[in-house]
Design a protein around this ligand. Structure first.
Ligand code: MG
Length: 379
């Protein structure tokens, strides 16, 4: 497209599809369970240039926020900011969004990825290139071991190992310490030594007992231990970080850049999980990563219960951000959802996520499938 034409585009339509997609496996976490279906607010922005951009807000009520609130944030508070706006003014539009409604980082992430998708398609550039350019062509994928039926989970782990996956994150803190140790022992016994074991408590430990129990966990040589205690218990998390040899990764403790600054300057953790749904988009995720990088904290590419649309945004962000060096967990589109919303499969090969090279987010959305899973459409 002619550059002058790109800079005079206008957003002409804002559609929000609230989808409910069945899931194939159950998930248990220290903070809550997922089974049956997941709900997302899928955003479509139309422009007068004939280009449409797509976004995905993937809230989780016990972690980031609710689907009802995020659909309302998009429909009531962000719609008037977007309608008639120039989609290339991404920072300015996010600034307006932050002044129009507090919180709702998932809605803002959806808005940001739809804008980048439009600008990328208009300019012929993938989103990673708009963010500064890719530093890699693929990312190691992590699968979360979180099924209450551990036998079924181990079958899945073996299958994924055979497909080339090497990163496995075991969800712990919901069935008791003894059961957790048994699962770790079995994982180490049944998987070859190059299978990386990572542990995620999702805040499931009591602070008074955490250090003693985590010393038992260290015997299984996890790469890191994620968020053992509740997010707000920062002093306890810092104490655990000092006491253990295994790196401690903060997830629920870091939503905002202010949170990241506190974790970095006070060394509350050794690593941080970057999620576009927590921080409110790719640029916000890169700010969190930059703060961590300044303090020597490596970052991990986390996610929520996303469709391939948000996975693509996360993939472009990580590809352009070398400090997010611990892999990504974008497994849901391929292994968790009954069907994803992308017209082609989310790109996973040999246990790695391939960074798309087509303009924008890089893979088209199947709008008929979005409509099929929509339980409510707001236009
Ligand atoms: Mg986590």
């Amino acid at each position: 497209m002619n550059p002058i034409r790109i800079l005079s585009m206008k957003i002409t339509g804002v559609t929000i599809y609230v989808t409910r997609i069945p899931v194939r496996i159950k998930r248990r976490h220290g903070s809550g369970d997922i089974e049956g279906t997941v709900q997302n607010a899928i955003l479509k922005l139309d422009t007068d240039a004939g280009i449409a951009g797509w976004g995905d807000a993937a809230p989780w009520a016990v972690f980031t926020g609710t689907i009802e609130a995020n659909a309302a944030a998009l429909n009531v508070y962000l719609r008037p900011i977007l309608l008639g706006a120039d989609p290339t003014r991404i920072e300015a539009l996010l600034d307006r969004a932050n002044h129009a409604v507090v919180g709702h980082p998932e809605a803002k992430a959806a808005m940001e990825m739809a804008l980048f998708d439009i600008v990328g398609q208009a300019s012929g550039l993938p989103v990673a290139e708009l963010l500064g350019g890719r530093c890699c062509d693929d990312l190691p994928l992590s699968f979360s071991v979180a099924d209450p039926d551990f036998d079924r989970d181990m079958e899945m782990v073996q299958r994924l190992y055979a497909e080339g996956l090497r990163l496995f994150k075991m969800k712990t803190g919901f069935a008791g310490h003894a059961a957790d140790l048994k699962r770790m022992e079995r994982f180490r016994k049944e998987l070859p030594a190059d299978a990386e074991l990572r542990i995620d408590y999702n805040q499931g430990m009591a602070a008074h007992d955490a250090i003693r129990q985590l010393r038992d966990v260290e015997a299984f040589r996890p790469t890191f231990i994620e968020q053992p205690v509740p997010g707000h218990q920062r002093a306890a998390l810092a104490e655990i970080t000092r006491a253990l040899d295994t790196p401690i990764l903060a997830d629920e403790s870091v939503f905002t850049t202010t949170d990241a600054l506190a974790v970095a300057t006070q060394r509350i953790a050794d690593m941080v999980s970057v999620k576009i749904m927590k921080h409110g988009g790719m640029m916000a995720g890169r700010k969190v990563s930059a703060i961590c990088e300044a303090a020597g904290l490596a970052c991990y590419g986390g996610d929520m219960f996303e469709t391939g649309i948000a996975h693509l945004a996360g993939t472009h962000m990580i590809a352009a951000t070398p400090n997010i060096s611990l892999g990504c967990e974008f497994y849901q589109a391929t292994y968790f959802l009954e069907r994803d919303l992308l017209a082609e499969p989310f790109p996973v090969r040999n246990g790695r996520v391939i960074v798309p090279t087509a303009p924008g987010l890089g893979i088209k959305v199947d709008e008929d499938r979005v409509r099929h899973y929509a339980v409510e459409t707001l236009r």
